[in-house]
Design a protein around this ligand. Structure first.
Ligand SMILES: *Cc1c(COP(=O)(O)O)cnc(C)c1O
Length: 365
């Protein structure tokens, strides 16, 4: 039997090949490859899909985080509170702007930021909190904002993994002062290359994001402020416009698959739970198992590929040893890192494949 992979964009591409080829051809024939009509059209469509606001296309999710932070005035000397069980780029972005990451532990049931532990990590230098909507699960951002009320600390949502997820009916990414999305190929809405987007409802903040992505330009060849080069190119924007029309359907299929997994997996594969009021986006389907290495090897023998998101909490990585944080700084995140395992999850996965994975897991854990 064919192996069940973790990710393969080609099956999905085959379902819309004509439209994708036409979109690429349209850009090539247009004579404009960067910052043209396709980018604008996609930004408008994406902001509309989120329920209104301003979208600024950039080169990656990492850049979207860094540009949003710069636009919000976060820089050297500032502290940014986030979680250690995230993708490294969350922290890369904090360092790109010269700020210092401060880690708060997570709730072991949801793998999300433990809001009861945030206050203890706030100092006079705290400028920003970056909740990460890990796996497509959604942090209760309004509850976070409640506990920040009265301070000037702002919230930037890391939405790289949560396209299509909602909290109490509202899209993740629309609660904070700003949000950063990634269109890395594996994400729920993935480009065929790199891409990212800053989102905010604040027109002035959006204007700053627009300037920063283009050398700080306000007019032609005039830097109103310092900036970088980080743009979503026209070909990726045209591709994303085609794919955005299908995103809700794909997320609905991810939920169906999650439901089928729920029915087929044994209790020994402990589910990472959605928070209350969350419509999960299921970027990843993550369970916790004992003796993970053995289980993964057994699954691979059944042709079932798995992943680990993520094997090492960031505060324990050599690249971040300069922060001086050791084991025990975030015990729940450290425990999750030993136990989490991601099962195949993408809209094109068939019911039969899900059943096969479940049977293999029942035999392996
Ligand atoms: C993928 C990801 C990013 C970074 O996105 P890129 O587009 O790869 O730069 C940031 N945060 C999280 C949580 C991610 O999963």
């Amino acid at each position: 039997m064919n192996p069940v992979p973790m990710f393969d964009y080609r099956t999905q591409l085959a379902t819309m090949r004509g439209e994708i080829d036409a979109a690429i051809a349209r850009v090539l024939d247009s004579g404009v490859l960067v910052l043209g009509e396709e980018g604008k059209r996609f930004e408008q469509a994406f902001a509309h899909w989120l329920g209104g606001g301003h979208a600024v296309g950039v080169n990656s999710g990492t850049d979207a985080l860094a540009i949003a932070m710069t636009a919000m005035g976060v820089g050297p000397g500032d502290e940014v509170v986030t979680v250690p069980n995230t993708a490294v780029p969350t922290v890369s972005a904090i360092r790109m702007v010269g700020a210092t990451p401060v880690f708060v532990d997570v709730d072991p049931a949801t793998a999300l930021m433990d809001l009861t532990k945030v206050r203890a990590r706030l100092t006079s230098r705290t400028k920003l909190v970056v909740p990460v909507h890990l796996y497509g699960n959604v942090v209760d951002v309004p509850a976070l904002q409640d506990l920040l009320r009265g301070s000037s600390v702002r919230v930037l949502e890391d939405c790289a993994q949560c396209q299509g997820a909602r909290l109490r009916g509202r899209h993740a990414g629309t609660f904070g002062d700003a949000a950063a999305f990634s269109f890395y190929p594996t994400k729920n809405l993935g480009a065929y290359g790199d891409g990212g987007l800053c989102f905010t409802r604040d027109a002035e903040l959006a204007e700053q994001m627009r300037r920063i992505r283009m050398y700080g330009f306000a007019g032609a060849y005039y830097a109103e402020r310092e900036g970088v080069n980080s743009r979503l190119d026209e070909i990726q924007a045209a591709i994303l416009s085609v794919k955005l029309q299908r995103l809700d359907g794909w997320v609905a299929r991810r939920r169906e698959i999650a439901c089928r997994y729920e029915g087929g997996l044994p209790a020994t594969a402990v589910r990472v739970q959605a928070g209350p009021g969350v419509s999960h986006g299921y970027h990843l389907l993550v369970v916790r198992v004992q003796d993970r290495d053995r289980v993964r090897t057994a699954l691979a023998q059944h042709g079932v590929m798995t992943g680990i998101h993520y094997p090492t909490p960031i505060h324990l990585m050599r690249g971040y040893s300069f922060l001086g944080l050791g084991a025990g700084h975030a015990p729940a995140a450290e425990q999750l890192a030993r136990e989490v395992m991601s099962l195949p999850m993408y809209p094109e996965l068939s019911d039969a494949d899900v059943d096969r994975v479940c049977a293999a897991v029942r035999e392996s854990v």
